[in-house]
Design a protein around this ligand. Structure first.
Ligand SMILES: Cc1cc2nc3c(=O)[nH]c(=O)nc-3n(C[C@H](O)[C@H](O)[C@H](O)COP(=O)(O)OP(=O)(O)OC[C@H]3O[C@@H](n4cnc5c(N)ncnc54)[C@H](O)[C@@H]3O)c2cc1C
Length: 519
């Protein structure tokens, strides 16, 4: 029996793959699948299906993913990702995902940032919801056969490490707060670190980051924690940032800044080749500079024709009208960059194995596909492929569950909202779009002064420190990590930043990126 923590896209994908191979699993999650962040995904999923007559290939998809990630991703993982993408999307279509179609019935693809070919398959602007609906339905069949056991409303407490190996996981039933030790291998699919940045991220803060923090405190190796993606086009709604999908620019939306009533289409002027569809790190930095020079920044979608609004972006239009009372087909929408995706996370190899035997990770909590910057449309793909790969490599063993127990288990404590707010504010200041040593050091000092009342707060503080320290140690600019004191990219830093908590302190080092095998 395998234990999967997290029932978003990566968790469902792992569960489905195990079940298809007759292997039983427990799907354990704080919230049910229908509420996972994966449901929010709008724009689409990448695959070189070549249905738009552009001679696209998986090799080009590979090259653009590596280039977009500034050559920090694991090339062998990216190779597997991009080669398997067409089959993954075809299977999703087979499972009932209502992808938009061309007149000849083939899957329609749209343009997304950092890619010269149309490569992003989409279901209007609700791709995540549609994919999740299909997978939830498919996994349900295996639940009925007893191959998948669901445990929603159960929270990760810690992994059980015996003789250096992960032999299981301790979880809390959120209804009666009782703890269970569950034995067997573990696949972590607990999503990104959004909960570290309350109010300033497009993602869900129910992905609290507690699971990652505890794993870090337990000695699991993390990588590239400084690589935090800002999405260029978001607007504020109560408690979080709302995304205007890159699909809007893929369908013709144009960014401009306005000063004294004069418009400047800065991306088109500065980057004639890809313009508004440059990778997100570049667009976010340009927007930040415009905002710094006291311009306002807008996304002009008024040139998108009525058929595209109706057929490809109707959900996005109604969302903007709902929250901003602006019809984007008629008026430009004020937008600003905000935190959106975490390229870094649990350090895994191409088999999704973490640094601790018996512990695997997939989806946004893991690190290996996206390097220094994720291409839009690659993370839904990464969550599915990572889940499949972990499920294929995990070994099934002892699967006992202990009787429910009450204990003063330290990692069963919870952080106070005040602690989360305070550390969030420090991190947001230190890890902005443009960084420098003095701001990072100041943030680190402030962070170390924040009082911790329990083991989970301590664990969170150490992981937060690792983010800042990784950003301090990478003395160059690459992808999402821009240092104004080190603006150039340096070959000696084309290495993975590794964070480990050992002997009560955070250690940062750099490790070589694996060589590509199949060149
Ligand atoms: C607004 C928005 C739009 C996006 N659009 C796109 C897009 O168009 N294309 C694309 O490729 N990507 C997109 N992304 C990114 C993509 O949606 C995510 O990277 C991906 O869905 C992550 O899947 P996951 O399974 O790793 O995590 P999630 O779907 O976040 O699932 C995490 C699971 O872990 C559980 N969990 C978390 N913490 C705990 C805990 N402590 N204990 C137990 N369970 C826990 C949660 O309950 C959940 O079940 C978008 C993201 C956002 C926020």
């Amino acid at each position: 029996m395998i234990n999967i923590i997290g029932a978003g896209l990566a968790g469902l994908s792992a569960a489905l793959t195990l079940a298809e191979n007759g292997i039983k699993c427990r799907l354990i999650s704080a919230q049910q699948s229908e509420r996972a962040q994966s449901v929010l995904a709008e724009g689409g999923i990448n695959a070189a299906l070549n249905t738009m007559g552009e001679n696209d290939t998986p090799e080009l998809h590979f090259e653009e993913t590596m280039k977009g990630g500034c050559y920090l991703a694991d090339p062998n993982s990216v190779e597997a990702l991009t080669q398997s993408a067409p089959a993954v999307v075809k299977k999703l279509a087979f499972l009932g995902v209502p992808f938009n179609r061309n007149a000849n019935g083939s899957i329609m693809l749209r343009s997304f940032g950092g890619q010269k070919k149309k490569r992003t398959a989409f279901a209007q602007s609700s791709t995540g919801k549609m994919i999740m609906t299909a997978l939830i339905d498919e996994v349900r069949k295996y639940e009925a056969q007893g191959l998948v056991d669901r445990f929603p409303h159960h929270t990760f407490v810690r992994i059980i490490i015996e003789n250096g190996k992960c032999n299981g996981v301790c979880v809390r039933d959120d209804s009666d707060k009782k703890l269970y030790d569950i034995y067997g291998s573990v696949i972590m699919c607990s999503g990104g670190l959004n909960g570290f940045f309350p109010g300033t991220t497009t993602g869900t803060v129910t992905n609290s980051g507690n699971a990652a923090s505890v794993l870090f405190a337990q000695g699991v190796k993390f990588a590239n924690l400084e690589m935090i993606q800002y999405h260029p086009t978001t607007f504020a709604i109560p408690g979080k940032r709302c995304l205007v999908s890159e699909a809007a620019r893929g369908e013709g939306g144009r960014l401009f800044s306005e000063r004294g009533g004069k418009r400047c289409y800065f991306m088109e002027e500065r980057y004639p080749e890809l313009g508004n569809l440059m990778p997100r790190d570049v667009v976010s930095r340009e927007m930040f500079r415009e905002l710094q020079s006291s311009a306002d920044t807008f996304l002009d979608m008024t040139g998108i024709n009525a058929a595209v609004w109706r057929g490809k972006l109707s959900d996005l239009r109604s969302e903007i009208m709902h929250y901003l009372a602006i019809d984007p087909a008629k008026k430009p929408v004020p937008v600003q960059p905000a935190i959106h995706y975490f390229m870094g996370g649990i350090y895994v190899n191409e088999r999704q194995e973490s640094s601790i035997k018996g512990l695997y990770a997939a989806g946004e909590c893991a690190c290996q596909y996206h390097g220094a910057n994720r291409l839009g449309g690659n993370s839904l793909l990464g969550a599915i492929c990572g889940g499949i790969t972990a499920a294929r490599n995990v070994t099934s063993d002892n699967s006992d569950v202990t009787e429910a127990y009450n204990s003063s288990e330290p990692f069963a404590s919870v952080p106070s909202p005040m602690f989360v707010k305070e550390t969030g504010a420090v991190l947001t200041r230190g890890l902005g779009i443009i960084r420098n040593a003095s701001e990072l050091q100041k943030a680190l000092n402030e962070l170390n002064a924040v009082k911790c009342e329990n083991a989970v707060e301590l664990a969170r503080r150490e992981l937060a420190a690792a983010m800042l320290m990784s950003a301090l140690e990478r003395k160059e600019s690459r992808g999402a990590h821009y240092r104004e004191d080190f603006p150039e990219t340096k070959e000696k830093y084309r290495r993975t930043t590794v964070s480990v908590y050992e002997n009560d302190r955070v250690n940062i080092s750099f490790e070589d990126i694996p060589e590509r095998r199949n060149e």
